[in-house]
Design a protein around this ligand. Structure first.
Ligand code: B12
Ligand code: SF4
Length: 439
């Protein structure tokens, strides 16, 4: 029986929580597993929660590759290939930078694997793997979505169930690489298909990994209505425009939504316009957050710091906003020009990239020269903002307005406060700002 090993690498140099839990399993490798013919023995190894056994001898290796884990993926690929074991890389990084990725792989699967995996497996059996397989965007999303097998070691994940209901995004925010992979057309799986998959997972908690669960409000309403009786509790991502539709918000709540990650991105209208994300209306933001929180949904706001219209005031403004709106939690990211985006190309042309060490392209490091501050100021300001959100008094100030699940939210906030030192050390480690000239 041929053995296929599928690997999700951990960010290079970053500690892995091998004894504890990580958030949730990668959906992509479970899809590849489900698409693989039954006569293969498939093993999924997630380096974020286990030590990889790199001394084994599978017949074929597949590695999923985000930009920030690309150096580690290449390291693993080189190791297997040096022993004559063929390696296939897939995911967004090889899709966007195929020439570079091909230096470390026998084959690349670009785009969505559902389109090509069957052919890859046939070619592998026949000993004629091609250099690249280009999946493009799966139009018949519904017909080809495979039936997933149960998660290996569910206890390693805080939430072991992940599901995807839609792909694509009609917007093209300049910092985001989603449309490069999924395309601009918003594609929805048939609601009944999704519901069947949810029923198979059983009641309990799950994460919907869609970029925007309410991207098509009609579809979302239908889905939420049918989810309501399932007794599911879920977390997902949605745009703030949710607050404009009372009925949608009510159905979302009834469907069992507990947490929403909302991309607030920036409090500056100039930044939002420059990033083509003007549908985030700053003047309405506080009112909208209040409304969503008022419906009993925990809101985790996500912010990007260091955009071209940010000066150092942003490091005070964002924490103040989080306290004022009593956000349940906030995710702060340093602006990172992702390869394959227009912003990356522009910054490269302007000589503003400080490094192309992809392991630093994780939103916690400064990899470019900001417009209105130095790289060091951005890094230290980012750390300062993180501390101003995850310290006892600000946590207490926000906790008085947590939407619900106060104890759980408090625990999450205190955990982030406890991990503050590790977080700051990680961000400062490998900081290329002062040390490196342009590449
Ligand atoms: C959920 C999510 C997360 C979650 C969980 C990730 C997880 N464990 O699943 C969390 C919150 C932890 C997270 C973290 C981060 N994320 Co994230 N995340 C996502 C999101 C919204 C969905 C991912 C997903 O499950 N997609 C569904 C699966 C099925 O799609 P897929 O992985 O692309 O796989 C398909 C194909 O690519 C291909 N494929 C993929 N792998 C392989 C492997 C093989 C062998 C083959 C053959 C095919 C194949 O086949 C699959 C089926 O078609 C995506 C956006 C998106 N739309 O994908 C961003 C996204 C992947 N994240 C992104 C980023 C930047 C990050 C962070 C750096 C934080 C940040 N600054 O935003 C960290 C990095 C994490 C790390 N490992 O280092 C970027 C990646 C860009 C890039 N060039 O790498 C994305 C694309 C969003 C964006 N802003 O553009 N993320
Ligand atoms: S940030 Fe969200 S809305 Fe903008 S392109 Fe990416 S997925 Fe679409």
């Amino acid at each position: 029986m041929p053995r296929l090993k599928l690997i999700s690498p951990a960010p290079k140099g970053k500690y892995c929580n091998k004894k504890g839990k990580t958030s949730f399993p990668q959906l992509n490798l479970r899809i590849i597993e489900a698409l693989t013919p039954e006569d293969f023995e498939v093993e999924i190894s997630d380096e974020r929660v286990e030590d990889l056994d790199l001394g084994d001898s599978p017949d074929l290796v597949g590695i999923t590759t985000l930009t920030s884990v690309a150096p580690r993926a290449y390291e693993i690929a080189d190791l297997y290939r040096s022993r004559g074991i063929p390696v296939i890389l897939g995911g967004i990084h090889p899709t966007l930078l195929p020439e570079e990725s091909l230096l470390h792989a026998d084959s690349l699967v670009m785009g969505e694997a559902e389109m090509t995996w069957k052919e890859v497996v046939e070619d592998f059996r026949a000993g004629r793997l091609k250099k690249t397989y280009s999946g493009g965007n799966l139009q018949a999303f519904e017909k080809t979505f495979p039936r997933l097998r149960p998660v290996k070691r569910p206890e390693a994940y805080s939430i072991p169930h992940t599901i995807q209901t839609t792909r694509g995004c009609p917007f093209d925010c300049k910092f985001c690489s989603v449309t490069r992979l999924w395309g601009k057309q918003y594609r929805c799986r048939p609601v009944d298909d999704v519901i069947n998959e949810m029923v198979e997972m059983g009641s309990g908690r799950m994460v919907i990994v869609d970029d925007n669960v309410i991207g098509n409000p009609r579809y979302a309403k239908d889905l939420f209505r049918k989810m309501a009786p399932l007794n599911i509790r879920w977390a997902g991502q949605a745009s703030i425009t949710l607050a404009n539709d009372d009925h949608l918000l009510e159905l979302l709540k009834k469907s069992g939504c507990e947490w929403l990650f909302i991309g607030i991105e920036s409090l500056s209208p100039e930044n939002l316009a420059a990033m083509k994300k003007s549908f985030n209306k700053i003047e309405k933001m506080e009112e909208h957050i209040k409304k969503i929180k008022g419906a009993g949904i925990n809101v985790v706001g996500s912010f990007i710091l260091g955009l071209d219209h940010d000066d150092q005031a942003v490091f005070d403004e964002v924490p103040r906003f989080c306290i004022r709106t009593k956000l349940d939690a906030a995710n702060l990211y340093i602006f990172t020009p992702l390869p394959g985006t227009v912003l990356f190309d522009t910054m490269e042309e302007e000589g503003r990239l400080i490094t192309k060490d992809w392991s630093l392209y994780d939103g916690n490091h400064v990899v470019f020269r900001p417009a209105k501050m130095s790289p060091d100021e951005l890094l230290e300001g980012y750390i300062k903002a993180y501390k101003a959100i995850y310290s006892p008094i600000p946590i207490f100030q926000r906790a008085t307005g947590f939407s619900r699940r106060t104890f759980e939210m408090l625990a999450l906030n205190l955990l982030r406060m406890k991990n503050r030192k590790g977080f700051c050390d990680w961000s400062r480690s490998g900081h290329p700002g002062r040390l490196t000239a342009t590449v």
